[in-house]
Write a protein that binds this ligand. Structure first.
Ligand SMILES: C[S@@+](CC[C@H](N)C(=O)[O-])C[C@H]1O[C@@H](n2cnc3c(N)ncnc32)[C@H](O)[C@@H]1O
Length: 224
């Protein structure tokens, strides 16, 4: 895993080129019609064929669009049927800004499936002193506190804690409706859109999933 400093340096150096690349993509290539599904942050192994895969990592990630998700998404207003992100939003400096931009890009009635480290389950497991639930990534920790810190902050890679109520609050604030936690997490309320995504989501604990997954919909008609 690259150090936080190296990643910050990468974003500083490559940031302007990524923004420019996003703008060029939006103006020259971003689809305006047809079914459009966008996968944010696929990383090295989770490229989804048939989706537009977007990532900042030009070295190891496999993607179709190289851009920085901390800035406006390179898609036209109301042009995307579905967005998917898995273990990405906890890296972004503003989930509020991200959700507002996702809803801008979605077609009326479009969906977002998103999720990351499950803060609710982690707090339960911390209270139960269940060190085995946490594992020891990225740092080798034996204590429950050390493992909890690993899980929540991941060597300061994560800038927030994802809990169901917090995600619901922010998604609602952005204008989403039908906000549902997926339980078990490898399930979907919208199989026509997200069936492809489920095979990417490894989960070993279905009672206390390590990943909190939420689905939400942009209203079909935007209220005045
Ligand atoms: C923890 S990995 C998750 C990868 C994959 N989705 C998974 O579940 O295994 C986070 C991914 O988000 C990407 N990412 C993080 N911050 C980003 C940003 N600001 N812009 C674009 N991609 C970003 C990283 O490059 C990486 O591929």
């Amino acid at each position: 895993m690259l150090s936080r400093r190296t990643k910050e340096l990468f974003f500083q150096v490559a940031g302007p080129a990524m923004r420019m690349n996003g703008l060029i993509y939006k103006n020259l290539r971003a689809p305006r019609q047809g079914t459009v599904r966008v996968h944010l942050g696929p990383g090295q192994r989770n490229y989804l064929p048939g989706w537009i895969n977007v990532d900042a990592n030009m070295f190891t990630a496999k993607c179709d669009v190289w851009t920085d998700l901390r800035h406006a998404l390179p898609f036209h207003d109301g042009s995307v049927d579905a967005f998917y992100s898995h273990h990405v939003i906890e890296h972004l400096p503003s989930m509020e800004a991200h959700f507002a931009d996702v809803i801008r890009c979605l077609k009326p009635g479009g969906y977002y499936r998103t999720g990351g480290p499950n803060g609710d389950a982690a707090i339960r497991k911390f209270s139960q002193n269940d060190t085995a639930w946490f594992g020891s990534f990225p740092d080798d920790r034996r204590s429950i506190g050390g493992r909890f810190e690993n899980f929540i902050f991941c060597r300061r890679e994560h800038v927030t804690i994802l809990t169901a109520s917090f995600l619901e609050e922010l998604l609602q604030q952005a204008g989403f409706v039908d906000i549902k936690v997926c339980m078990p997490s490898r399930d979907t309320h919208v199989p026509t859109m997200f069936a492809d995504c489920l095979k990417l989501e490894a989960e070993s604990d279905f009672e206390n999933p390590h990943t909190l997954i939420v689905e939400a919909r942009k209203p079909a008609v935007t209220p005045n």
